[in-house]
Each structure stands twice: as C-alpha cells, then as structure tokens.
Design a protein around this ligand. Sequence first.
Ligand code: C2E
Ligand code: MG
Ligand code: MG
Length: 610
Amino acid sequence: MNQIDPPTAPSKILVVDDVPENLRLLSTTLTKQGYKVRRAKNGSMALMGAKNDLPDLILLDINMPDLSGYEVCEQLKANAATRSIPIIFLSAQDDLEDKIKAFNLGGADFIGKPFQVEEVLARVRNQLALQAAYAEIKTLNQELEARVQKRTAQIEAANQVLKQEILQRHRLEQKLRHDALHDSLTGLPNRSLFMERTKKCLTHTINNPDQQFAILFIDLDRFKIINDSLGHLTGDQLLVACAKRLNCCVAAPNTLARLGGDEFTILLEQISNPHDAIVVAEAILEKFAIPFEISNRSLMITASIGIVIGTDQYHQEINLLRDADTALYKAKELGKARYEIFNQQMYVQAMHRLELENELREGISQWQLVLYYQPLISLHNGKLSGFEALVRWQHPRRGFISPGEFIPLAEETGLIIALGKWVMYEACTQLKIWQNKLPEANSLTMSINVTGDELRHPDFLSSIDYIIAQTEVNSHCLKLEMTESMLIENSEQIIAVLEAIKNRNIQLSIDDFGTGYSSLSYLPQFPVDNLKIDRSFVNAMNINQQNTEIVKTIVTLAKALDMRVIAEGIETKTQLQSLQALGVEFGQGFLFSKPLTSELAEKFLLQSVS
Ligand code: C2E
Ligand code: MG
Ligand code: MG
C-alpha cells in the first residue's frame, strides 16, 4: 500500500513586480500549481506584505520605480523576522555583475526576463524544497540539541551524585583515619599517633644529635579510687576535664596524647635543655592544684609526671616511653603529685623490680613466703590477747625480704590477691592449731592485714567463707586490718563489703590510724571495731606533750564511737605507762615481743597461759 503523506498547507508565495502582466501571469501560473499567491506591485507593498504574513518564498523584480528589488531585499535581510525567506530575483538585466550583487545581498536564485514559466516553476519548486529541507534539518538539529541538552543534564546530575558520593567517601575516610589516630573520649591523639610523632622526632634527633626533645608521661594519682567510688561517668568527665587542663600547657607543634586510662603523654618536639621540660611539668602540677568541679562536686586530683629527654642515644621510640614510665613510677614512689626526670639508676631499679616481680610470682608458688606472728597484749592486765600475722619472704638468694618492699609490688602486679588468700589461709590454720592444742587459746584473736585491692575483689567474701569452712576457725576470732585510705574512698561497694564482713562476726581494725591525713567525718559511717594508733605517734609521745595530746584525742574519739584502741610500736616502759594512763586497751611492740616464727609464737603462747 502506498503511504499517503499528511495534507500539508500550501506554500505561500509573494510575487513582486511593477509590470501588471508579469504579476498576473506569474500569480495565475503559481496559483494553478496549488500555491497560495499574494501580489505586490511595488517595493513598499512588498515589504509590508512580507511582514504582515510571512511568505515561504518571494519572487522579486529588481527594476521597480520606488524601491528597487535590491533595496527591498536588503531591508528584508536586515529584519530578523524576514531574513530567512528565500528570494528569487527576476530581472531583465541579466549580466554577471547583477547576478553577483543579487547573490551577495542574500538572494537565493536569479531568473532572467523574459522568463519561461516552466523555469520559474522549477526554480520555485527547488527553492521551496530546499527551504523544506532546511526546515527539516533545523527541526532535526533542534531535536538533537534538545536531546543533547537533556542527556547533558542527566550526565551532570549523575556527575553531581557521583561528586557527592566521592565527597562523602572522602569524609568517611578522613573520619576513619582520624578515629584510628585519636582517642574517642577526649579527642586527643592516641598512642599510635603519639608513637608515630615520637618516631619522627627521634629520627630527626639521630640525624641532628644536638637537637633534643622530651617526653612527659603523666598519670593521675588515685584515679582508680575516684572512678570506682563515683562511677565511670564521673571518671570520664574528670578525664575530659584533665585533658583540657593539660592542653593549656601544650602548644603546637607539641603533642598531647591520651595513652589510655588515666595516662597522658606530651611530646615536646624541640627543647634547648631539660629545663624546658621541667617548666612544662611545673605548669601541669600547678594546674592540678585547683580542684575540678564535676557534677556539682569539687574533686581534687593530682598528677605524677615522668620525664625523659630524647637524645641520639635512643634507637627505638618505645624505649623512650619505657623510660618515661620508669621516671613516672619513681615520682609516684616518692610521694606522687611531682615530676622526676629519668636517669640510668632508675633503669637499674626498674629492672630490679621486674626481676623481683617475677621472683615473687615464683616465691608464692614455691612456698617461699612465711608468716610471723606478733603478740597483741591487753594493756589492762598484760595478758596475751592475740597475734598479728605479718608476712615475710625468705628469698633463696636475697635472703629475708620485708613486706614493706614486696607488698606494694604485689599490689601493683595483682599478685596481692593470691598472696592475701595464702596469708589468710595460713593464719587461720595456725590459729586453729593453737586453739586445738590449748583450750585457753579459744578466745585468742588473729589479726590479718588486707589491702584495698583484696577488699574490692569480687571473690573476697567467698574466699573468706571458704577458708573459714576449711580451717574451721571461729570467725569472731578474726580481725581484718585495713588502712585509712581505703575508707576515704567511701564507696558503697566498700561499705557493703565491710558490712558483709561484720555480718560474719569478723572484727575490723583501722591500721596505722592517723597517718592517712583524712577527715575524721568518714569514721562513723564504717562498722569499725578497733583503731590502731600508728607507731609514729607512740614513738613521739615522750618527745613532747603535743603528741600525747594527739593520742589522748584518738582515745576519746574511739570511746565516743564505741571503738577499741590498739597502740602499735610500743618499745619502752615509759610509752607503755603513758598509754595505760590514757586508757588504751591493747598494745603491740618490741617491748612485748618482735614478730615471731610460728614455733616461737607458740612458746610465747604457752608461757602466757602457764
Ligand atoms: P603493720 O600492719 O602496721 O604492721 C606492723 C609493723 O610494725 C610490722 O612491720 C612490725 O614488725 C612492725 N613493728 C611492730 N612492733 C614494732 C615496734 O615496736 N617498733 C618498730 N619499729 N616496729 C614494730 P612489718 O612486719 O615489716 O610489716 C610492715 C607492714 O607490711 C605492715 O604494717 C602491714 O601493713 C604490711 N604487711 C605485713 N604483712 C602483711 C600481709 O600479710 N598482708 C598485707 N596486706 N600487708 C602486710
Ligand atoms: Mg597491721
Ligand atoms: Mg600498723
């Protein structure tokens, strides 16, 4: 089947000629061909006609009386609305120059007069076909352009999305990198970043040996107590506040980092001498002299600082941190809230401590620990009332090591838990042996020293129960001695443990009373039975009256709180008499006996009941 083209509107042709016959002939011929023809007999009418109703083609005579065809053409081409109408010039002047002028003015074609109708028709058809082709190309171009624009917009949109994604990914990457190198609580650089920067510094110093740097290792004193007693939230707030204060003492390019827990480090990238590091350390100590206001509470916390100077003697950054840590340990040992600069002697001591720690581990498992027993005497009648178990370490090479040396080490390393259990088991077993041998020893008491770490340990109560059950010792014969510092914590956890101890009929004593520098207001809250006056007060009693007054005050306080007083370290008769005069109930000291081996203690016991 033939395809039928949709009916199209007839092309409009404007014929312009001042010769009426030409005008008629052309218009009738063209009309017959189906064109819609309008006529204009001069230039001005042609211009008007073309503007009023745009024709598809103009047949334009050149020689006309008013405006020549050239002028009409010029004006039509100057007007944007009529510029693209194809113009076929008709002229009797058929020389080459006229044609060139006609084409230069924008004419589409040129027909010489007299014309052949067929030629005019053929040229008109050509021009219209050309025009239609142009129009189609234009439409196609426009469509293409529109499609290109649409596609471009789509690509741009996709590009935008892609850019956004890249940006997000970049941000995420940056965040991940930041998180990997920073502490989430304080936002400070973490250990990795700190070590990275320290390494750079060390490399620089190795290449330029006259340029030194320093590391300050800062540890908050007794932070664990605050954290345990006031809760982790307050602990965290305190850490953030400490980080802020430390930050005030550190300026770029130096680095303040949080190593973890309550440990911070500072890298001072360039110092001219160790004094520069000391200045920073002193500034920090000063900052910590002011209490922190946290959750409506005023908290006092100090910091200890270990300093190491980075020189080309070091080859590995980790050794710098190790030595700063050793200096920090020294600062703690010397009383906390101070700084110490690392020296080689500290290293030797640290190695010794490390050795001792390993040996203590061995010592506990190889039964190198022994208990000594110091008699506790009633000052009213001079009779033996009980013993205090005091641990000693019989080292196979070093000989006798006093608890003052290894108990702190055991606390630091956590070995105190195993050690404490052993002491309790051993002391209870010994007491039971004596009580089984002698009916008079039935009311004999055994005092056992316990540390805060032991009390806070979740297994503490169950291990007491186990030991009492195993040794069949009477619980009311047991006295647990703890230091004042444990009570300062005032935590609910500690109070609950102490109550549970009391519920088992075990007595509680505060050891070394008076040395804790703590407020007395905490005392009534704790179910304590005995106060053991520290031997420094007893010792000083005869030196001046003031010390006697202190002891007197402690006795009065104990009476008011319904507690018994035990005096430690009685060495002379005068001391004994003064204490008796003050009404102190019990006493311990070299005057009566030094701590004794179990055999000698048994002898002492036998003598005292005979
Ligand atoms: P502490 O509980 O206050 O024990 C009294 C200390 O004073 C003992 O020292 C004892 O030998 C000494 N001492 C007693 N009478 C006198 C005296 O008249 N003059 C002088 N100058 N000293 C006297 P030791 O045995 O060296 O114990 C030191 C500290 O080690 C103890 O002080 C106690 O806090 C701790 N300790 C001892 N054994 C243990 C234990 O088994 N567990 C725990 N956690 N700590 C223990
Ligand atoms: Mg004691
Ligand atoms: Mg004591």
